[in-house]
Design a protein around this ligand. Structure first.
Ligand SMILES: [Zn+2]
Length: 220
């Protein structure tokens, strides 16, 4: 087996699937390792199915990191578990959305991407990998910006054995959703991805991810 050269954060959603596929085209499937996080998210079952289906199709290796307990008290509309305040617990996102205003209260998961990247840095270092890619697009949220990714890379370079050889990239920043959808359609895996925040199968059609996907798909 070849030495992997890149670790991608791979949720089974459209963006991370395109990112991961592009790295497979670039380096070969045996040189890409996907990391999937089970953090108790509503979509975990459907996302797991998407990731395992795509990984099997692409003959790539995926690590599933189960960190559900760590998120038990994290406040987010994406998390339905017992540690959630009443307003989030075991309620559909449609109802939560009526009660709360703004992105930050619905689908932001506190500091999630930094936590994911931290685990990815540790895994990458252990695998001898010096490059990590994350499929954020820099649009909404606190932990998806180019500034955040650059700051995290700077921190990780100081704090890891890989030092300045470590690269953390977010190559989808600046790409349009339509462009990303076109790529997935052209390579035949658009329908195998799962981006819905609700966890419903089929996807709910009204959450931010579903609507963004639909608007962009209509324009393709
Ligand atoms: Zn949805």
């Amino acid at each position: 087996m070849s030495q992997p050269v890149v670790v991608t954060l791979f949720s089974g959603g459209l963006d991370s699937a395109v990112l991961t596929h592009e790295r497979i085209v670039q380096y070969g499937a045996d040189r890409v390792v996907g990391v999937f996080f089970d953090y108790g998210q509503r979509g975990r079952a459907a996302e797991t199915l998407a990731v395992t289906t795509l990984a099997s199709l692409w003959k790539m290796s995926v690590r599933v990191l189960a960190i559900r307990d760590a998120f038990a008290e994290f406040r987010s509309g994406l998390l339905p578990g017992l540690g959630q305040p009443e307003i989030f617990r075991d309620r559909p996102l449609t109802e939560i959305k009526k009660d709360l205003q703004g992105y930050g209260e619905r689908t932001y998961v506190p500091f999630r991407n930094a936590i994911f990247l931290s685990l990815a840095v540790g895994l990458a270092e252990s695998l001898g990998v010096e490059r990590i890619e994350i499929g954020v697009k820099g649009d909404v949220g606190f932990d998806v910006s180019a500034r955040f990714v650059a700051a995290f890379e700077a921190m990780a370079r100081v704090g890891s054995r890989t030092q300045d050889r470590l690269q953390i990239a977010a190559p989808l920043i600046g790409r349009t959703k339509a462009d990303i959808i076109r790529y997935a359609l052209a390579h035949g895996f658009f329908g195998l991805t799962y981006s819905c925040y609700s966890g419903e199968v089929p996807p709910c059609g009204w959450c931010d991810a579903c609507r963004e996907r639909k608007v962009a798909a209509d324009g393709v």
